[in-house]
Design a protein around this ligand. Structure first.
Ligand code: RRO
Length: 311
């Protein structure tokens, strides 16, 4: 009942990890492969491995999480080796995330992926909020257009982009107008809300070390922003560009809301970090129960069909 067609594959259910959570090592990726997730994605890679920011750099809080990981990862080849061996054994496509520190690095990584035998789906992360001195690329509209123009000169495999949250109708319009010019497979909204500040009043201190405590916010805090971004892009993008909904999914109900807004696949970050890969069993059961109660037999019956008030 939860089967989801995306790209050229039918997934058992729409749930995935959000890139960055439980996907840094081969062991963690194997655990996702063995879980009930419909699909999974690797940690955003750079060309070379990176240690990332000093710890503590991820903190769970009652309404979500704050992180400033700083793009720690084991480097492109580590994930590409995993992906190539995984696709020997499995028919379901793996999602492969890259986040270069410059336009040139992104182009070089995509070139390596293009030339490789990788046959899954690539996600270009244009929204890391946590590398000191490197602004989130997708807040720079002309730069985003330039990167996509260069990428699509040579990249012919399926490609999606991970976007930061936008907060203004003019920005939804402007970004959608750019994205619609390219043969993207999907957009993924949202990355964490960049540069929030969580403080502990008892200790009168910040809770993560990098950037004096500033970090990306995820979880319950961000769901309304995530739903707005999913809805805004669903209603503006060419129907050929699918939406992956990410942000604040803790329950079957949250998943249902993202699907109503138009998401095709759903990614879970903060709550996966809190509960571990067993969460996918709970989420699929809860979403199935909601659909049963409402009499829906497939997600396609309600995807995108959010009602507005017109009296
Ligand atoms: O590694 C990180 O600090 C990080 C990344 Br690349 C990202 O895209 N989003 C996030 O919240 N953290």
């Amino acid at each position: 009942m939860l089967t989801t067609s995306f790209f050229d594959h039918t997934f058992e259910n729409p749930f995935m990890n959000a890139s960055g959570v439980h996907c840094m090592t081969h062991e963690e990726l194997d655990e996702l492969a063995a879980s009930k997730a419909g699909a999974f994605i690797t940690k955003s890679a750079t060309l070379e491995s990176r240690a990332g920011n000093p710890e503590p750099r991820y903190f769970d809080v009652p309404l979500g999480s704050i992180n400033s990981m700083g793009l720690p990862n084991k480097g492109l080849d580590y994930y590409l080796d995993y992906a190539l061996s995984y696709q020997e054994k499995q028919t379901r496509p793996l999602f492969f995330s890259v986040a270069g520190m410059s336009v040139e690095e992104n182009l070089e990584m995509l070139w390596v992926i293009q030339k490789s035998n990788f046959n899954g789906i690539t996600e270009l992360n244009l929204s890391c909020p946590n590398v000191p001195g490197k602004p989130q690329v997708a807040y720079d509209f002309p730069l985003t257009k330039t990167i996509l123009t260069e990428v699509f000169q040579f990249f012919t495999k399926p490609l999606g982009v991970k976007l930061p949250p936008y907060f203004d109708m003019a920005h939804f319009d402007e970004m959608a107008e750019i994205l619609n010019q390219f043969p993207l497979t999907y957009v993924n909204s949202i990355n964490s809300i960049g540069n929030g500040l969580y403080i502990d009043p008892m200790t009168e201190s910040v809770v993560i070390k990098p950037k004096d405590g500033f970090g990306g916010i995820g979880g319950e805090y961000v769901k309304p922003t995530a739903l707005a971004n999913v809805r805004a892009f669903y209603t503006r993008l060419n129907p050929s560009i699918k939406i992956i909904g990410t942000g604040g999914i803790r329950s079957g109900q949250d998943a249902f809301e993202h699907l109503l807004c138009g998401a095709t696949m759903l990614q879970v970050g903060t709550e996966l970090h809190k509960e571990g890969p067993a969460i996918f069993e709970r989420l699929t059961a809860e979403l199935t129960a909601i659909m049963d109660e409402k009499g829906y037999t497939s997600i396609d019956e309600f995807r995108g069909k959010l009602k507005t008030i017109n009296v």
